[in-house]
Design a protein around this ligand. Structure first.
Ligand SMILES: Cc1ncc(COP(=O)(O)O)c(C=O)c1O
Length: 394
């Protein structure tokens, strides 16, 4: 095993001194070692890849679809994504100049921020939210600015946005994730229209992370691009709606003039996505069978959400019933104090139920826990039974 020459210890990019590994993964790794633990920590579907996707990937391999695709992704997948955006959200994106297939939404976040941010540029990030935005903004030399959203709805209002813009007039970008991780919050067309009216007066590029757009309950997802097409980059992908987290297929859609620079960065970074993975995503976005497969998963999530919402309310947690994604963001009962890290650690160690401390999602998250219901009903029942016993004994 080679040992690094000790003289190299300070040879790293100094920006990385500000970047920390994500607390969620560190916590998850720690609690995973607890025997028999029920994990409500992971943000990934427990479903198998839909059959149409699997068969398409197998066919791609057997047909020797094994060469560099265009940097923006295969023509077939960009066409399927264009169809998906029109069919579900009535949006018109040209597969030849306005869509790029990325390595998961993760690369889409990196590519967008890297393409926009100069050293010291501010990025407005409503919190609590997915921690990767702040991490990547920092990594590319920017300054993440948290816009703390008020409980219990965690919605960015035009007034909060105006205040953030007044405090940070030179901010370059806004990241808006909805349906939201960890809160499950979604936005109505009226709420989006009101935000768009404010944003239109600015030079902000909005990175709208809509990766959970297909997983909404009782409401239909509306894209911010319906009201702000000229300055919105939509991020989405197959990870959540297609249960394909390991296939690593995401995409960015936006106006051609913005996409041109992003596509340059993206192509330099990744060359092209993997052919079989792209083939699997074509029927997900482009066929009725793919749409149906997502719909079946959505219905299962809704059933789990309803069960978990009722159960946690009964256990004394304050639960907003989120209209999207597959998380509940619950407030600790008053009897349990406000230290979410201490509670989550104790619940993992003593009740063998793992939940993510809300403070890991930034300002506004302390005193909360995130529960992922992307796990089976049996496990959810077991988690609730264990927690009920734990709270009685606590
Ligand atoms: C809001 C949000 N955006 C992006 C991602 C990353 O998605 P992908 O696996 O497609 O990179 C996640 C994953 O948990 C997420 O919750």
């Amino acid at each position: 095993m080679p040992e690094m020459n000790p003289a190299l210890a300070n040879q790293f990019n100094t920006t990385l001194e500000k970047v920390k590994p994500t607390s969620i993964l560190t916590f998850d790794r720690k609690v995973s070692a607890i025997p028999g633990i029920v994990k409500l920590t992971v943000g990934e579907p427990d479903f198998a890849v839909p059959e149409v996707g699997k068969q398409a990937a197998i066919a791609a391999i057997e047909n020797d679809d094994s060469h560099y695709a265009p940097g923006t992704g295969s023509q077939a997948l960009r066409q399927a994504i264009s169809h998906f955006m029109a069919d579900r959200y009535q949006l018109d994106y040209d597969p030849n100049s306005e869509i790029a297939v990325t390595i998961g939404a993760t690369e889409a976040i990196f590519t967008s921020l890297f393409s926009l941010i100069n050293p010291g540029d501010e990025v407005l990030i409503p919190t609590p939210t997915f921690p990767l935005y702040a991490t990547v903004a920092t990594m590319v030399g920017g300054v993440p600015v948290s816009v703390e959203l008020p409980a219990p709805d965690f919605v960015l209002t035009p007034d909060l946005l105006k205040q953030a813009l007044a405090d940070h007039p030179k901010a370059k970008a806004l990241v808006l994730n909805y349906p939201g991780n960890p809160t499950g919050t979604t936005y109505t067309a009226d709420q989006l229209k009101a935000l768009a009216a404010v944003l239109k007066e600015t030079k902000l590029v909005v990175i709208a992370d809509e990766i959970y757009s297909e997983l909404t309950y009782g409401v239909k997802h509306v894209s911010l691009a319906s009201f702000l097409p000229g300055q919105t980059l939509i991020l989405n992908g197959a990870s959540k709606s297609g249960a394909m987290t390991g296939y690593r297929i995401g995409f960015i859609a936006g106006p051609a003039a913005l996409m041109k620079k992003l596509i340059m960065v993206h192509s330099i970074l990744i060359t092209a996505p993997s052919d079989p993975a792209m083939a699997a995503a074509v029927p997900l976005f482009g066929s009725e069978a793919g749409k149906q497969a997502t719909e079946e998963m959505r219905q299962a999530y809704q059933e789990r959400r309803d069960f978990l919402t009722a159960a946690f309310t009964r256990l004394g947690f304050e639960v907003a019933s989120p209209a999207g994604a597959f998380y509940l963001f619950v407030k600790l009962p008053a009897s349990q104090g406000t230290d979410d890290v201490a509670f989550a650690t104790k619940a993992a160690e003593e009740a063998a139920v793992a939940m993510v401390p809300g403070s890991f999602f930034g300002a506004g998250g302390a005193g909360y826990l995130r529960l992922s219901y992307a796990t089976s009903m049996d496990k959810l029942h077991l988690a609730v039974d264990r927690l009920e016993k734990f709270l009685k004994e606590a």
